[in-house]
Design a protein around this ligand. Structure first.
Ligand code: BT5
Length: 262
């Protein structure tokens, strides 16, 4: 059941710039980008119970069925002072991963933008930036998370195996509690985005650390190696047969090499 008052109440204690809540919307990121351009206050948030054209990276679709998932976009203004933007996807992913802690679920981050529970995708991040010349004017961090049964797409639809918190927990998760914890974590880490502490927290959550992975990039040969860690700018460090390879943040897909699911 959609309950706008309950969503507002869940986020009441947080120092948001503004809040727009929808029962259904095309994409919370689209709304947030328009709002940002119109001068939304820093840390304004768009939340929707359902998305009808939720977006993933590179024009892929993101499913947000009514009543069971979370779709939220946080607007960061004045982001022009941030050094580079490579850490922003990590900010959204770390926030969702930390929100899983409230239910005792240990989430990992499949670099660059996926959140996994038990090796299955439970959430995704889409960072979009409004540029003014070379400066970032606004950043929108869109976060989608599967909470209750029915929110994860079936295997035939999802490119990577998907799950929801309820399936991993064996009982319904607290959807609004997870929303609050996610947004609170974005706010907390945003203030320390450039710190070593943030990088370490993100790195500590990396999936497939030390185990064999294949990294696919469009129009380039795949890289086979093992996940070593992160560089300061959010790039991934892979240990390959002939040494360390640094992969910049971008349109990449990381898969376990002993992939049983593909
Ligand atoms: C992402 O893209 O994972 C980014 C998803 C970001 C969604 C949020 S929701 C709030 C905000 N508003 C938006 O419109 N978007 C953001 P990518 O890595 O490209 O993964 C997309 C792929 O994930 C799809 O091609 C499907 O295979 C799969 N997928 C779609 N919906 C899913 C879901 N609910 N759970 C797991 N996998 C899904």
């Amino acid at each position: 059941m959609f309950d706008e008052a309950a969503i507002r109440a869940a986020l009441r204690e947080l120092p948001l710039g503004g809040l727009r809540v929808y029962q259904t919307i095309g994409s919370t990121n689209d709304e947030a980008l328009v709002w940002a351009a119109q001068g939304a206050v820093d840390l304004s948030v768009v939340v929707s119970d359902e998305q009808t054209s939720g977006r993933g990276r590179s024009g892929r679709k993101w499913a947000t069925p009514a009543g069971s998932a979370i779709a939220a976009s946080v607007i960061l203004q004045g982001a022009a002072n941030d050094r580079g933007n490579g850490r922003l996807a990590g900010l959204g992913a770390l926030a969702m991963a930390e929100a899983c802690d409230m239910h005792g679920l240990l989430a990992q981050i499949k670099w660059p933008n996926d959140v996994l529970l038990n090796g299955r995708k439970v959430g995704g991040v889409l960072v979009e930036i409004r540029w003014h010349g070379q400066l970032m004017e606004s950043v929108v961090i869109g976060m989608g998370m599967n909470i209750l049964r029915g929110s994860a797409p079936p295997a035939a639809v999802a490119a990577f195996p998907a799950t929801c918190m309820e399936d991993e927990l064996g009982r319904p998760a607290d959807r609004l509690g997870v929303l609050r914890a996610t947004v609170a974590s974005v706010i907390r880490w945003r203030a320390r985005l450039q710190s070593d502490e943030f990088l370490k927290a993100w790195e500590d959550r990396l999936a497939f650390r030390g185990s064999p992975v294949t990294l696919r990039r469009d129009n380039q040969d795949p890289i086979v190696g093992s996940v070593d860690g992160l560089e300061g700018d959010g790039s991934l460090r892979l240990k390959c047969a002939d040494g360390l390879v640094v992969v910049p943040m971008g349109e990449v897909h990381l898969l376990p090499s002993d992939d049983r699911m593909h």
